[in-house]
Design a binder for this molecule. Structure first.
Ligand code: SAM
Length: 366
C-alpha cells in the first residue's frame, strides 16, 4: 500500500465532512417533510413555494435546498437558472428515501442513525462502557429500527425466498412460519399478507416491541393468524413445529447463538428451514473501508451498547453446521444484506452428524 500524500489525506478527511453534511441534510429533509413535499409536488418548486407549503421559514428552506442540491438529493428544475431557481428530487431519490416498501429503501437509516441511541449515548458511556437493552431504548428508536428492517423483509419476500428450493411452494400452500426477534411486527404483517394460508408466530424478548407488534397485526387485519411469544430466543417454545423460522437483523444480538440455533432446530419440523437474514460484517480491512463496511461500522456503535457486534456471514455457516443442519447456503441481497439458510435433516441423520458440543464461535473481526 502506498503512503498517501498530506493533500490526499486532507481530501479524504473532508469527504467525511461532506458526507456528514449530506446526512444531516437528508435526515432533516425527511423529518420535516421537505423531501416528501418535493416528491409529490408534480413540478419543481422554488424554496419560497416549498417553505409556504410546509409553513417553514423561507430563508432557512433556501439554505436547505442548496445543501440538498449540493448533496445530489435535488436537481434544479424548471426554467430558472442559478443556485436559487426551482428544485425537484434527483432521479430515484424519492423511491430510495420515501418508498418503505421498495427493496432499495434506505430512508430509515438516515433518521435512525441520528437518534441518541447510536452515537450520543455511546460517547456518553465511553468511560464506563455502560450497557443497555431494548427496553432502555426510546419508542422512536423501536419505530426507527422497524423502518430500517423493512427493506430486509422486502428483499426476502421479493427475491430471497424464491432462491431457496422448495420454500416458496410450502409458503404458498400454507404452513407455520416463526419470525424470531420479530420486533414490532413489521415482518409478521408482511409475511401474513404475502402468504395468506400461513399462520405466524412472533417471538421477542422486548415487551414494548411485542405490544406494538400485536397492534400492528390487528391493524393489518392479520391478528387472528399471528401468535406472539415473549421471551429470550435462547429459551422460546413454539406452539407447534414450524416449517420456516426466520431471524431478521437480530441473530448477532443473541447472547448465546448456539442455544438459539439449537432451539430453532428443535422448533422446526423435519426438513424445515432456518433463514438468517443479517448484516454481513466485513472480515477484511479492505471491505471494512468500503461504503457498506463503513455503514456497518456505524451500526456497531449501537450494537456495542447492547453488548454485541455484527458478525461476518461465514459465522452462520459454522453455527448451522454445529447444530446439525444440512449444508448451509447463502445469498447476498444487497451490499449490507446477506442471507444464510439451511434445512433440518431427519432425526436419525441429525443424531449421527450433529456436533452441538463444539465450542462457541469467536467473533473474528478486523
Ligand atoms: C434489530 S431488532 C429487529 C426486529 C425485526 N426483526 C426487524 O427487522 O424489524 C432486534 C430485535 O431482537 C430482539 N432480541 C434481540 N436479542 C434477543 C434475544 N436473545 N431474545 C429475544 N429477543 C431478542 C430485540 O428485542 C429486538 O426487538
Amino acid at each position: 500500500m502506498t503512503t498517501p500524500t498530506l493533500g490526499e489525506q486532507a481530501s479524504a478527511l473532508l469527504t467525511h465532512v461532506a458526507g456528514f453534511v449530506a446526512h444531516r441534510t437528508i435526515a432533516m429533509g425527511l423529518r420535516n417533510g421537505l423531501i416528501g413535499t418535493l416528491s409529490v409536488a408534480g413540478r419543481p418548486l422554488s424554496a419560497d413555494e416549498l417553505a409556504d407549503r410546509l409553513h417553514l421559514d423561507p430563508f432557512y428552506v433556501a439554505v436547505w435546498c442548496r445543501a440538498a442540491l449540493a448533496a445530489g438529493v435535488c436537481d434544479r428544475g424548471g426554467a430558472d437558472a442559478g443556485l436559487g431557481g426551482r428544485y425537484e428530487l434527483a432521479a430515484h431519490v424519492g423511491t430510495l428515501l420515501l418508498d418503505a416498501g421498495h427493496p432499495g429503501y434506505a430512508g430509515g437509516v438516515f433518521t435512525v442513525l441520528e437518534l441518541p441511541e447510536v452515537f450520543d449515548r455511546f460517547e456518553g458511556s465511553l468511560t464506563d462502557g455502560a450497557r443497555m437493552w431494548w427496553d432502555d431504548c426510546s419508542p422512536a428508536w423501536i419505530e426507527g429500527v422497524a423502518g430500517t428492517g423493512a427493506p430486509f423483509y422486502t428483499r426476502l419476500l421479493a427475491s430471497g425466498f424464491a432462491q431457496i428450493t422448495g420454500l416458496a411452494e410450502r409458503l404458498d400452500a400454507g404452513c407455520v412460519v416463526a419470525d424470531i426477534a420479530c420486533g414490532s411486527g413489521a415482518g409478521l404483517v408482511r409475511l401474513a399478507a404475502a402468504y395468506p394460508r400461513c399462520t405466524l408466530v412472533g417471538v421477542d424478548g422486548d415487551r414494548h416491541s411485542l405490544e406494538l407488534a400485536a397492534r400492528r397485526c390487528d391493524d393489518a387485519g392479520v391478528g387472528d393468524r399471528c401468535t406472539l411469544v415473549h421471551g429470550p430466543l435462547e429459551e422460546f417454545t413454539l406452539p407447534e413445529p414450524a416449517t420456516l423460522v426466520i431471524n431478521n437483523i437480530s441473530m448477532h444480538e443473541c447472547r448465546d447463538i448456539d442455544r438459539v440455533a439449537e432451539n430453532v432446530r428443535r422448533s422446526l419440523e423435519p426438513g424445515g428451514w432456518f433463514v438468517i437474514s443479517d448484516f454481513p460484517f466485513p472480515d477484511s480491512v479492505e471491505q471494512l473501508r468500503s461504503v457498506p463496511g463503513r455503514v456497518m461500522a456505524g451500526i456497531q456503535f449501537f450494537e456495542a451498547q447492547i453488548d454485541d457486534q455484527l458478525l461476518p456471514r461465514q459465522c452462520y455457516d459454522d453455527l448451522l453446521r454445529r447444530h446439525g443442519f444440512g449444508d448451509p447456503a447463502s445469498m447476498q441481497l444487497s451490499p449490507v444484506h446477506a442471507v444464510t439458510y439451511a434445512r433440518t435433516v431427519p432425526a436419525s441423520v441429525t443424531s449421527a452428524s450433529a456436533t452441538a458440543q463444539a465450542p462457541a464461535m469467536a467473533h473474528s473481526q478486523p
